[in-house]
Design a protein around this ligand. Sequence first.
Ligand code: FAD
Length: 550
Amino acid sequence: MNLLSSGNRAALIQKSEQEPYDLLVIGGGITGAGIALDAATRGLRTVLLEKGDFASGTSSRSTKLVHGGLRYLKNFEFGLVREVGRERAVVHRLAPHLVINEKMILPLVRGGTYGRLMTSIGLKVYDLLAGVKRGDRRRMLDKRKTLELEPLIAADQLVGGGIYAEYRTDDARLTLEVIKTAQRESADVLNYARVEDFLMTDDQVGGAIWRDQLSGETHQVHARHVINAAGPWVDELRKADRSLKGKYLRPTKGVHIVVTRERFPIHHTLYFDIPDGRMIFAIPRDRAVYIGTTDTDYLGNLDEVRTELADASYLLDGVNHLFPAARLTLKDIESSWAGLRPLIAEEGKSPSEVSRKDEIFESPSGLLSIAGGKLTGYRKMAERIVDRVADRIRANEGRRPAPCQTHRTRLTGGAFENQAEVERYTEATARTLEELDPSLKARAGYLVHNYGQQTDAIVAGYSSQEGRPEQRLALSELDFTLSHEAVFTLLDFFERRTGRLYFDIHSIAGVRDAVTRRMQEQLNWSDEQTRAQVEQLDQAIHRASHFGEG
Ligand code: FAD
């Protein structure tokens, strides 16, 4: 029985109440997902509880790069750059369809952050620290070559460029595949399970009381060890554990906006200077280009972070400065998202200067909390904290958990030898889709990047669906996510499983009725529940494409 099938939730909850676990992980973002996978592959009985959908926090709102963080060289954080730089290739190997090697361009402009010499040295150090292979290392470009590659850049500002290797991903899909791999390795994972309190024995934490956000019922899980991986919400749980002392979180907000590629026709990911001295990204993805990010202190409600007019205007101004011919306006923005970086406060530093390094806090109750860090470093973060749990188990329980295994644990759908094999698989998928209907051929790249080899199951399910080709494919995709990815709301599907809310927002209209009907049938929604779901989707579409003045 697949316990990640939406229909098997009751059985999973029942199992979780009976099982005495070695480890409870709170939070189903990339950090918690990585920890659950690491622990499960070492043989620890593991359960993960996530209050919303998997990846519904920061892990669906990042810049979606698996990158070494060139910027951190400026702060002399060599250790961090080395670790995350090397991790890129490891994570790429574990899921080559989802973590994609691509060339990025850093245009050099008059009066920019880095001069030609500094860029040349910086990118070289970056490649060396990250262990980039010879043929893939950075090249410096003159002005003519840079313009040849990206003709939209303002020629009067440009002096040259650097081209270097990075990796692009989809953060929510990466988190989901890590969750699914953890489940394959025998972890129990529940979304819509909000931890409300800890279970204590002799002042030591031994599990949690959680509320089912779908039914409203409360349940308990028992575990010898508990890790708080709640991202921006880490301090809320430290407060509930009465251990919020010393260091605390300083969340900063980051916004991205999405325009069509037709309106902003760039060919590579670009990392460029904007007039206030910061640097931002513009990243092409299928039919869209997304632009970000801002970095501002955030003191508001952690559950209601949104793009304000000022954020959108700031990013548009940044783009229009270096790409004046694009003349992007608010009307060009199709969608957007805003997220919070769970950073650890440091006196006297601006948001962009605060270190992205992760830290572990150990409380007198035994609760371990982890914060800071990056998407890219999730595997090493997980290894470090599970090592601590393994040490405790060795010292107190006389068992010897296995060492970390995740460097060789392929993610679900990711058993490709290399990127060339992914390309061959994509071409074969395109041919099959074309035979089903010529209009579907273009969906092959999207499906393979999202689902890897699991695409076969989606394509196989097409023939049994009804409707227009586009609807039939969406329904088959929905069926797959309902039976393998714990989908419970329209937004789970349109935002985090498929990314349509961000990258193809207008396409939702063509499939939403069919998707809603199928979900109502499969999840036994009442008419009232269905209306509430549709309203939630409408609100999300509105929020992504309209901006407040706050
Ligand atoms: P989250 O993803 O927020 O997960 C924590 C989870 O805990 C949430 O899903 C939440 O619902 C859950 N939770 C909270 N309270 C409870 C509770 N009581 N019970 C149960 N569950 C609970 N990193 C990169 O490597 N590359 C990038 O390009 C990049 N770009 C970024 C851009 C922006 C704008 C931002 C904000 C961050 C970026 N990062 C990037 C950093 C990266 O996204 C984060 O470090 C990472 O996603 C944090 O993951 P997390 O699991 O710790 O937090």
